[in-house]
Design a protein around this ligand. Structure first.
Ligand SMILES: Cc1cc2nc3c(=O)[nH]c(=O)nc-3n(C[C@H](O)[C@H](O)[C@H](O)COP(=O)(O)OP(=O)(O)OC[C@H]3O[C@@H](n4cnc5c(N)ncnc54)[C@H](O)[C@@H]3O)c2cc1C
Length: 442
């Protein structure tokens, strides 16, 4: 079977998380033919976890991990840095789903946090790891309703949380924009590009990493062959961890089931001491909108503010300059609504990144063709969901068994989508409607 990688990762704006890090040491692109026992396509969170776990479990095997870009440059380093432990279903009004499904998602997410924490501590990865939980902020009646449903859902799950008044929210954020909030303690906040780069720099010795090496074509067989502009990788076992870019792999049954959705963020310059004093509030916090279509906001320990909002359907898995310009204006409006006391704080960086969503929040996990394993479709929550999918796909491929693996295998598969042009029309109008109803939460 021959798979063409028609849509390759692009630059998609300037990511503040990546560009505020020191430049990385030079990359090692793939040249010539490399034989290995395993090849993992995509060095995002799923691919890094899969390659690491294979290397850990099979110290004598050779594992190759390959990415089109530098580690940390893609969506894994472009996200808002919330390692979310609680249910976070973006298709639900209040993030929650059924009681039993939510319990299982929590176990998977905490499995990912525990695994990552141990690696971060063992290797001393400097990624601003903060176990400080997340805020949910409500700014209108719809948001208040979503917040109440979320709180009810957490109570039913027996999960701790603290409700916050408008004054409490101002005391933390400095902003009187929020009418109410909720603090959930289990979320970890990170600098995502620093975390991802650190994971890539501390892989087991039997994992070889090739960066700046877009895979153009894959031929599957007894020995799979991956082709780049300057080389080949030959391996009998392949792990797909290329998330939204897998949406085009029709022969593997993925086309017509996955939705490449983009979301966008902007990061300000560093605020001056006088601006920080004018803002007030705490030095570092992370806020998720009560309404899933609203704006995520983080104040970073280094005095910058990061705003994320807007979703677009991008079947070509890239963001145009015009879209980046439009979302920057949306970020500006959201920033000004929340921080009118900071009128002259401009954004230094604006970027987009690809999520992979399915309409029923299912994921593609398992052996999807002989010797081809998949950890694809994070449903917008890669820091935990892709990490655990990557770790567990390695365990699954090696015939292991565990409670977490059973939970992962029970997760639904992505349902099929209507054909184009109905799909595009439907997704775009659903996103526009949901953003419109989110109102000021945006
Ligand atoms: C602005 C924004 C904010 C977000 N906020 C959060 C958040 O706070 N918390 C959270 O959990 N998630 C968040 N997300 C989602 C999260 O970033 C993704 O879910 C996560 O990156 C998915 O990880 P992954 O490893 O599955 O896929 P990716 O990170 O997309 O990794 C796939 C990799 O495959 C590589 N690849 C693809 N095709 C090829 C090819 N042909 N050849 C070689 N390499 C290839 C890509 O370069 C990429 O590195 C956010 C995303 C964005 C864009």
């Amino acid at each position: 079977m021959q798979l063409q990688c028609n849509f390759l990762p692009q630059d998609d704006g300037h990511c503040g998380w990546y560009e505020t890090l020191p430049p990385p040491p030079p990359s090692t692109p793939l040249r010539g033919t490399v034989q290995a026992d395993w090849v993992v396509l995509g060095a995002g969170l799923a691919g890094l976890a899969a390659a690491r776990r294979l290397g850990e479990l099979q110290p004598d095997a050779s594992v190759v991990l390959i990415d089109a870009k530098r580690v940390g440059f893609g969506a894994a380093g472009r996200n808002s840095g919330f390692m979310v432990d609680l249910p976070h279903d973006l298709t639900s009004h209040s993030y929650t789903s059924s009681h039993e499904a939510d319990h299982k998602i929590i176990r998977l997410s905490r499995g990912a946090i525990d695994y990552t924490r141990e690696i971060v501590q063992r290797h001393g990865i400097d990624c601003d790891w903060r176990e400080q939980g997340k805020l949910h902020g409500a700014a209108n009646a719809r948001g208040m309703h979503a917040l109440e449903s979320f709180a009810k859902g957490l109570s039913a799950l027996g999960e701790p949380y603290r409700l916050l008044s408008a004054e409490d929210m101002k005391a933390v954020t400095g902003s009187d924009f929020y009418q109410a909030g909720l603090h959930a303690p289990g979320c970890v906040l990170v600098q995502p590009a620093a975390l991802t780069r650190g994971l890539g720099q501390n892989l087991p010795e039997n994992v070889r990493l090739f960066e700046d090496s877009p895979v153009l074509k894959i031929e599957t067989g007894q020995v799979h062959s991956l082709t780049t502009a300057q080389g080949f990788i030959k391996a009998p076992r392949l792990v797909l961890a290329n998330n939204a870019y897998a949406a085009n792999f029709g022969q593997l049954g993925l086309k017509g089931r996955l939705l490449p959705i983009y979301t966008y963020a902007s990061m300000t310059r560093q605020l001056t001491a006088e601006e920080l004093a004018r803002l007030g509030g705490e030095d570092s916090w992370g806020l998720i909108p009560a309404d899933p279509l609203g704006s995520t906001v983080r104040r970073l320990g280094n005095g910058r503010i990061c705003v994320r909002n807007s979703f677009t359907y991008n079947p070509r898995v890239q963001a145009s300059a015009a879209t980046l310009q439009r979302v920057k204006q949306a970020h500006r409006r959201s920033f000004d609504n929340r921080f009118p006391m900071l009128p002259n704080v401009e954004f230094e960086y604006t970027w987009g990144g690809a999520l992979c969503i399915s309409r029923n929040s299912g994921s593609v996990f398992g052996e999807i063709a002989p010797g081809v394993f998949s950890a694809v479709c994070c449903n917008g929550l890669g820091l935990t969901r892709s990490t655990i999918a990557g770790k567990l796909i390695a365990e699954y491929a090696l015939g292991m068994d565990s409670d977490l693996l059973s939970i992962m295998l029970e997760q639904p598969k992505p349902c099929s989508n209507p054909p184009e042009p109905f799909l595009g029309l439907g997704v775009r109008s659903a996103l526009a409607w949901k953003e419109w109803t989110a109102g000021v939460e945006l």
